[in-house]
Design a protein around this ligand. Structure first.
Ligand SMILES: Nc1nc2c(c(=O)[nH]1)N=C([C@H](O)[C@H](O)COP(=O)(O)OP(=O)(O)OP(=O)(O)O)CN2
Length: 149
């Protein structure tokens, strides 16, 4: 019987990303909720003018040039307030009653980015880079944030 091959020497990058000029890491977490909506302002007969439902997917992306703790941009668990906001205000709701703007993917991404910046961003180390909203498996809208604080 041959003995198993020994594990190779340990490898890994130093956690200081400044070693890699211009490098940044990005993480993402996807949240889901079910909701109904109809879109106003469309031509007569447009199918999205009728009330219909979607299984929404919302992905937040966070970026940083520095890692904390064991090597995190942000602990995924610290995004729980965002999950709670979606569950409380959007899940199984009519988005026309929830939002003061038309419930398009674009305007929903914009609203959720604003809410995240106001309510989650102040308490986490990573920086919000983008919020992407998908109504269907084939479509998405992304709100990309700049570098300004
Ligand atoms: N730029 C946007 N266009 C559309 C949005 C939107 O939020 N932003 N929303 C809709 C409808 O709500 C719905 O998502 C329908 O999308 P659509 O891809 O047109 O329809 P289907 O999922 O049925 O896809 P098919 O390719 O027609 O099968 C519309 N447009």
């Amino acid at each position: 019987m041959t003995s198993p091959r020994p594990c190779p020497a340990r490898v890994g990058s130093h956690p200081d990303l400044r070693d890699l000029r211009g490098a940044a890491l990005t993480i993402g977490k996807t949240f889901t909720f079910e909701a109904a909506h109809r879109l106003n302002g469309l031509p007569d007969g447009h199918k999205c003018g009728r009330r219909h439902g979607h299984s929404y997917q919302v992905t937040v992306e966070l970026t940083s040039t520095e890692l904390v703790g064991p090597g995190f941009i942000t602990d995924f668990g610290d995004l729980a307030p965002f999950a709670a906001y979606l569950a409380e205000h959007f899940d199984h709701c009519d988005l026309n009653e929830v939002l003061t703007v038309e419930p398009t993917s674009e305007l929903l991404a914009l609203h959720l980015a604003r809410w995240f910046l106001d309510n989650v961003q102040p308490g986490i180390p990573g920086r919000l880079a983008a919020v992407t909203v998908s109504e269907t498996s084939k479509t998405w809208a992304r709100c990309t944030l700049g570098n300004a604080p």
